[in-house]
Write a protein that binds this ligand. Structure first.
Ligand code: PLP
Length: 376
């Protein structure tokens, strides 16, 4: 199996598995209980929290662990709107986001719109970038929150997060950044008040995410109960998952430059191995290069995936691939149904070797040509 689906998830790092092992096999205490074992588990969670905060590199805030980035994004969106409403600044009822966001943002925003929030979903330019003039025209002092992701999960395109955060702050709004695909891969942009990340995209375990919150910008609680996580996110924490997330974050910080350089080389090798006839979806400049989303005239992407069962790659986000619906991100770039269906996403990173990537790209290109001949 050649694994080229790094945006869907990443392999668990061996260092992370080793760090988690004692917390899976021996250390089962509840971190919130007052026993010595409980205290030990609580201390391990606090070490992990510091590791994640340090790797995120943001100042003036702290991290709360969640069950996923999806939960962190739901919490940030719903909790921020609720907090603004509770302050009775009634006029601030607007939420602005972008058409290429992950479903965890777009679906939550739609849900909020159903509850009476005034939602604006901005389009993107054909290269996948947000037009800041368009955003500027939308801004007024009714805006409570602007939600924009740093690196897109389907096409790898980056957004000017620091500029957007500045614009939000000028009208007194908060800025939420979905940094799931950016964290551990590129430096996180400074400026947002709320930042969501996920462990399994940085070679950590699945089932844990985090929300970084600037001091004073904490959203109202989504989960009520035992008042864990400074009373903001109730539910017994999992030391095993927190320790795994912390270890993955520490490793990502240590390997940041090495992983980044490796990805740049892989990108060039992949583009060369694919050969002519492919178009890259989205900006090639404003992009994280571990994501190669490409299309080819007349290609049936789903058939290609079915033909090459020993190469793991996808049509777009794992969610979009499962539904059979054409990707909302590619549609937002202006691609029609046929162009979306002829697009595939190759995702690679730390453990991808150049040899396997080149081998996979050559086979993908050969099968695409064979498909053309068959269909001609
Ligand atoms: N946001 C982006 C950009 C993602 O790629 C993902 C995962 O695919 C999520 C949010 C959701 O993360 P999680 O799997 O931790 O819920």
């Amino acid at each position: 199996m050649i694994y080229l689906d790094y945006q869907a998830t990443t392999p668990l790092a061996p260092e992370v598995a080793r760090a988690m092992q004692p917390w899976i096999e021996e250390k089962f205490a509840n971190p919130h209980s007052p026993s010595r074992w409980g205290n030990e588990a609580e201390a391990a969670i606090e070490v992990a929290r510091k590791q994640v905060e340090r790797a995120m590199g943001l100042k003036g805030g702290s991290v709360a662990f969640t069950g996923s980035a999806t939960e962190a994004l739901n919490w940030a969106l719903k909790g921020s709107v609720e907090k603004v409403a509770a302050k009775r600044t009634g006029a601030r009822n607007r939420l602005i986001t972008v058409a290429t966001e992950h479903a965890a943002v777009l679906d939550t925003a739609e849900w909020l719109a159903g509850q009476g929030v005034d939602l604006t979903v901005l389009p993107v330019k054909p290269d996948g970038r947000l037009d800041l003039h368009l955003l500027a025209r939308e801004l007024d002092d009714c805006v409570a929150l602007i939600a924009v992701m740093q690196v897109n999960n389907e096409i790898g395109v980056t957004q000017p997060i620091t500029e957007i955060a500045d614009m939000a702050h000028k009208v007194g709004a908060l800025m939420l950044c979905d940094a799931v695909q950016a964290f551990g891969r590129v430096e996180l942009c400074k400026g947002p008040d709320l930042v969501a990340v996920s462990a399994h995209k940085i070679h950590g375990p699945k089932g844990i995410g985090a929300l970084w919150m600037r001091k004073g910008s904490e959203p109202a609680s989504l989960l009520h109960g035992g008042a864990q996580e400074q009373g903001l996110r109730s539910g017994t924490q999992s030391p095993m998952l927190c320790v795994g997330f912390g270890a993955a974050a520490k490793l990502a910080e240590e390997r940041c430059t090495r992983d980044y350089d490796h990805v740049q080389k892989l990108w060039s090798a992949a583009v060369q191995a694919l050969g002519a006839g492919w178009t890259i979806n989205g900006s090639t400049f404003h992009r994280y290069k571990g994501n190669l989303n490409i299309r080819r005239e007349g290609l049936d992407g789903a058939r290609l995936i079915a033909d090459l069962r020993d190469i793991a790659f996808s049509l777009g986000s794992a969610c979009a691939s499962g539904s059979g619906r054409p990707s909302h991100v590619l549609r937002a770039l202006g691609l029609d149904y046929r162009e979306s269906r002829s697009s595939i996403r190759l995702g690679f990173g730390r453990y991808t070797t150049q040899h396997e990537l080149v081998d996979a790209c050559k086979r993908i290109a050969a099968h695409a040509v064979a498909q053309e001949k068959l269909d001609a």
